[in-house]
Design a protein around this ligand. Structure first.
Ligand code: ARG
Length: 470
């Protein structure tokens, strides 16, 4: 059992049960690179403000660098009695650099230190998420580009509704993941605020230079209120919220892959390398990957709920409850990463069953709206046209025929406005290509949407390259 920094005030040793209960090292050890980088900047600032000497700062920085290298090589072991990553590093530094290590924590508290570490971690994680989302969107656009000639029924209420291009359907997901990218990018400006120097809760009596620390750590802004800075976890909640929305999108595409790969649909086949078999039924090929993405979505929602619940009744400022934030944050960040990455690898390998999709557009009266629109262009008010086509559908159902399979005579019996040219309007190709309203499924629109997406992705990739070089 190690000496506690608060020993002076206590007459009893901490119970082992309490040490195990309060320890967060298993979770927060992954923050070590940020903790060390933050401490190095803190030392530089302390020296610049003459709170410690240059020599002391050099010794501290050297020691911290050595600890970092040893941690990178997995050379150091963790101990519950040291509670968290901050106290581990301080203790190792004492062993490494001697008594000067006792000065590292001047003008700082673990409360502002942990806020700094998590903000630095989240800044990296958010940038990496954005990169992964750009990759995923590229994969989707490439698929949409390759499959421009594939049509399938679009659905509402999971009932066949109107035909759409598969590319249009895919580009709907492109839109969702673009909004996700945007959300994560926007959140960066709220993550990128430097809390160090708020100390425990009220600021510090030392003449610190917070702007200098912020500059060293590449933060454009310092936090304006010390109480808020140590008790704010909005940036984590926001990440979990953006991640939850993104997981909704991943879960929805997964659901469609599961449905579409069933024998009932038969629209796609998953690659063997991304499917699993059954231990009992030899014929089975199961969509476990999309199912797990769908399933993991629930865990991410759980993390968001956990954080919102944890924060909702906390008085200012820091409370130990907040230590629970990291398990939720890391869990979600890891799930989001693997779910995006597995889709980046799986989606390009899907087999698209063009014929099955095409055939599905020819039954189920997908052209009923087009017949109504045809009547409207010949002068019938839409509501009347709707009811007239409704009668035609009801009749065709009884005949076990589709609208396009009725004779001209049969069709004319519902309205004399119907002429021979009606059959042209009722084909899948016409139905698609006449939907030229902006954002509609017409081939020319979808081509333009793909071009715009490619342009945007090019620009985004260029920006990402620039920001990584920084
Ligand atoms: N491990 C703690 C956390 O993650 C660090 C801050 C502890 N502060 C304190 N006053 N006990 O929240």
């Amino acid at each position: 059992m190690s000496e506690k920094p608060w020993n002076g005030r206590f007459s009893e040793k901490t119970d082992r049960l309490v040490e195990a209960f309060t320890s967060s090292i298993d979770i927060d050890k992954r923050l070590y690179p940020y903790d060390i980088e933050g401490s190095i900047a803190h030392c530089r600032m302390l020296a610049k403000a003459s709170i410690i000497s240059e020599t002391e700062a050099e010794l501290l920085i050297e020691g911290l660098g050595k600890i970092k290298r040893e941690l990178d090589r997995g050379k150091l072991t963790y101990d519950d009695s040291l509670e968290d990553i901050h106290m581990h590093i301080e203790t190792w530094l004492l062993q490494e650099a001697g008594m000067v290590a006792l000065k590292l924590h001047t003008a700082r508290s673990r409360n502002d230190q942990v806020a700094l570490d998590v903000r630095m971690y989240l800044r990296d994680e958010t940038q990496n998420t954005i990169k992964r989302l750009v990759e995923l969107r590229k994969v989707i656009v490439d698929l949409a580009k390759v499959h421009m000639d594939v049509v399938l029924p679009g659905y509402t209420h999971l009932q066949r509704a109107q035909p759409v291009l598969l590319s249009h359907h895919l580009m709907a997901y492109y839109e969702m993941f673009s909004r996700d990218t945007d959300r994560f990018s926007d959140s960066l400006k709220r993550i990128n605020i430097m809390p160090l120097g708020s100390a425990a809760l009220a600021g510090t009596t030392y003449p610190i230079d917070r702007e200098y620390t912020a500059k060293l750590l590449n933060f454009p802004k310092v936090s304006a209120n010390s109480l808020d800075a140590v008790s704010d976890r909005d940036y984590i909640i926001e990440f979990l919220s953006s991640a939850s929305i993104c997981m909704v999108h991943l879960s929805r595409i997964s659901e469609e892959l599961i449905l579409w790969s069933s024998s009932e649909f038969g629209f796609i086949e998953l690659p063997d390398s991304f499917a699993t078999g059954s231990s009992i039924m030899p014929q089975k090929k199961n969509p476990d990957v999309p199912e797990l993405v769908r399933g993991k979505t629930g865990r991410v929602f759980g993390d968001l709920t956990a954080l919102l619940t944890m924060m909702k009744a906390l008085p200012l400022a820091y409370n130990r409850d907040m230590q629970e934030d990291k398990a939720a944050l890391f869990n979600t960040a890891d799930i989001l990463k693997e779910c995006i990455e597995i889709n980046i690898h799986m989606l390009p390998k899907l087999t698209i069953n063009k014929l099955a999709m095409q055939q599905a557009t020819t039954s189920g009266f997908l052209n009923a709206t087009d017949l109504a629109d045809y009547l409207v262009t010949r002068g019938m008010p839409f509501r009347q046209a709707h009811s007239c086509v409704g009668n035609a559908v009801s009749y065709a159902l009884k005949q076990q025929k589709e609208l396009q399979e009725l004779t001209l005579k049969e069709l004319k019996s519902f309205s004399s406005l119907i002429k021979k040219d009606v059959f042209d309007v009722l084909t899948t190709e016409k139905m698609i290509n006449r939907r030229t309203s902006f954002g509609g499924t017409a081939t020319e629109n979808v081509k333009a949407a793909i071009e715009a997406a490619e342009k945007s992705l090019d620009e985004e990739s260029k920006c990402l390259q620039v920001s990584t070089k920084d």
